[in-house]
Design a protein around this ligand. Sequence first.
Ligand SMILES: Nc1ncnc2c1ncn2[C@@H]1O[C@H](COP(=O)(O)OP(=O)(O)OP(=O)(O)O)[C@@H](O)[C@H]1O
Ligand SMILES: [Mg+2]
Ligand SMILES: [Zn+2]
Length: 510
Amino acid sequence: MLARGWTAALEGVEAVPVSVEVDVHNGLPSLELVGLPGAGVKESKDRVRSAIRNGGWSFPPRRVTVNLAPGHVRKAGSHYDLPIALCVLLATGQVPPGREGVWAAGELALDGALRPVPGVLPFALAARRAGARHLLVPAANAGEARAVGELDVVGARSLEDAARWLAGGPPPAAGVGSAASPQGGSAAGGEGLPDGDLAEVRGQETAKRALEVAAAGGHNVLLIGPPGSGKTMLARRLAGLLPDLDAATALEVTAVHSAAGVLPPGSGLLRRPPFRSPSPGATLVALMGGGASLRPGELSLGHGGVLFLDEAARFAPAVLEALRAPLEDGEVVIARHRGSVRFPARTQLVLADNPCPCGWHGEPRGPCACRCSAAQLRQYRARLSGPLRDRLDLFLRVPRPAYADAARPQGASTRELRARVEAARARQAARGQGGLNAHLTLAELDRWAAPDRAAERRLADAWTRHGLGMRGRVRVLRVARTIADLEGSAGVREEHVLEALHYRFAGEDE
Ligand SMILES: Nc1ncnc2c1ncn2[C@@H]1O[C@H](COP(=O)(O)OP(=O)(O)OP(=O)(O)O)[C@@H](O)[C@H]1O
Ligand SMILES: [Mg+2]
Ligand SMILES: [Zn+2]
């Protein structure tokens, strides 16, 4: 007896259809798995056997062959359990074929309970593309699968649940984790401010303004200042300034988190931009993705949001170096034996650090004068210099606040600033540009950010006096375009370019 079903294999954040065929024939009792199963998939055999027995069925005392096709696609993960078990039950006639063309994915516990698996959202996209009608998944994964739409998503808690439905029964009762919630994550609905409000930051008006500009245009930022000046506090509050994700980006972001296996159980579509802050000890693979399991890294988990590298100079030079290409291209490309895998990585980079090893370089007053040597300073700066600096738009000095600031009343709140950011984003979208200002090309800048004559003079001046180059000019114009958008100005004028130049050069050398 032969039975057939569908599932998918994860390749990066994409999934490709995989058919599951189970043939039960006479011969010595055995269970054989063919079709390039990885080591993890081979473990399916034991789980499937136990789950079937513990569900009250019998495992056939015959020769069982499971074929996962196409054979050239590498199969990894534990989600093959469910389709394999269901096909065994169908092939042995223990479950009558009630529904046809079903896609399924899920890991089985030995007692037959269904456990959530990574990649269900990409699986759902593959199923929809293939014209599938039903997708059967663990209840905890049903929310993300439903985010895809146009598919009948059935959330099951056990093999028994799944088998009953497959035989034509009603869908299992929805419970925790299978609610069709359109929101997910801790900051759902755009109301949550998980990292605090900007109003809590006293003083630091220049830095706050720069964060508003960075959020509005998607610009990369470097925050430099002495210990305790509030860099970490400020950077974390950038997250709250970002508008909710649009529908297409929300799907991409949720797909990346799903493929990485970091979506909380029961979550639906992620609506808030992610904010990732890996520790300085993060390896190249942790940051870029890849490795044996081919999971997305921090850079991709920050897609649609922010990648924050606090104490940036402590990251391995190879890690910082590797950021360059993805920052430019908006994706990470990982070469494999057979072709390459792409992860989306359109991320806004925020770096924070001290200006020198002791932390106090450039502080004019106080007891904490810098005692670093010129050589130490040079060496420290070199870590965050050159090519990486070329990819940053805003260089901010975050000084130790003056005492008067500590006693000051609170300034603008995250809510107020986000409203301004949203208005500036709407102006960018209204121009019909493909992305945010941070990604405008030179040609697009000519079209949408041509500076007026006074502004052009300021740029020429910076060219001769500060060594502004071609790349620098492009970056200054992008920021100036954002500043003009925040103001609601159609043209880029002198004051916009001046403010942008300030962010480029003021924080750089003191
Ligand atoms: N402008 C400010 N307004 C209110 N609180 C502040 C401000 N600056 C610093 N603080 C307080 O000081 C603490 C230290 O700030 P934070 O950790 O952001 O400093 P940092 O610049 O990241 O320091 P380091 O270089 O040591 O990492 C914060 O937890 C916060 O309570
Ligand atoms: Mg800090
Ligand atoms: Zn120092």
